[in-house]
Design a protein. Sequence first.
Length: 293
Amino acid sequence: MSDQRTHIPFDFEEDSHIRTLIQMALEEDLGPAGDVTSKALMPSESTSVVMTTREACVPAGLGIAARVFQLVDASLEVECLVEDGEHLEAGRDVMRIRGPALGVLSAERTALNFVQRLSGIATVTRQYVEKVEDLGTQILDTRKTTPGWRRLEKYAVHCGGGVNHRAGLYDQVLIKDNHLSHWLRRTGKSIADAVEAAREASPGLLIEVEADTVPQVKRLVEARPDWILLDNMTFAEMEACVEVCRGICKTEASGGITLQTLRGIAETGVDAISVGALTHSVRAVDLGLDAEV
């Protein structure tokens, strides 16, 4: 079993879940009557507009935005001027849209909502990645995502240079404290036995176990899981656990991670740091859509 995590595949044109999500967002905004203001004031005008970032950022979701415009009006010409994952300074044009103004304005807010949210995630992820990239520490995302948006938000983490953890409860074993407490109470067996039981039940899947003390980690390495998650440990405890796990399994730090504590945690030697804030606490990037003059 490889100890390396891989990027979760993303193809918005082929992914039926993403298509449904876009359609739901458009239906939410347009309702049964469509853009009544634009219909009244500019039903037949043509326009050319540019999407511009008003702050430095890492864009993500431009393909989603293009899809939104074209679903509203297939005659719209959409040109992406940059690629997802680039570093952009404030004032950079990222997309140009030409065609009927009614279609442009009807799609504008939905398209911006997708790009602003996803670019916020990519931008924050890049800040975390750059803080520790010289140490070779992976920055991982978590399952603390917006319901229904997980594939999109994990794609944005990837655009920012982060590494996707598990996609859900189905593609990796992660034995956490609640699992262990039930296991130990029900069976009377050891933590290492829990790892073996998970390995037998899910052969081929990566197995990770949460631990919050050094003695726990010393017991866990006997079962040789692929990863051990070091939960809310001090720097000294993490350093000790890294030594215990060296040559046996990978280590991941988790719990209350911030940009201020990130560097010190990485310097303990952990292989990865998971950061829930990448997806649950980000601010949308300020983007605008303005007519070309």
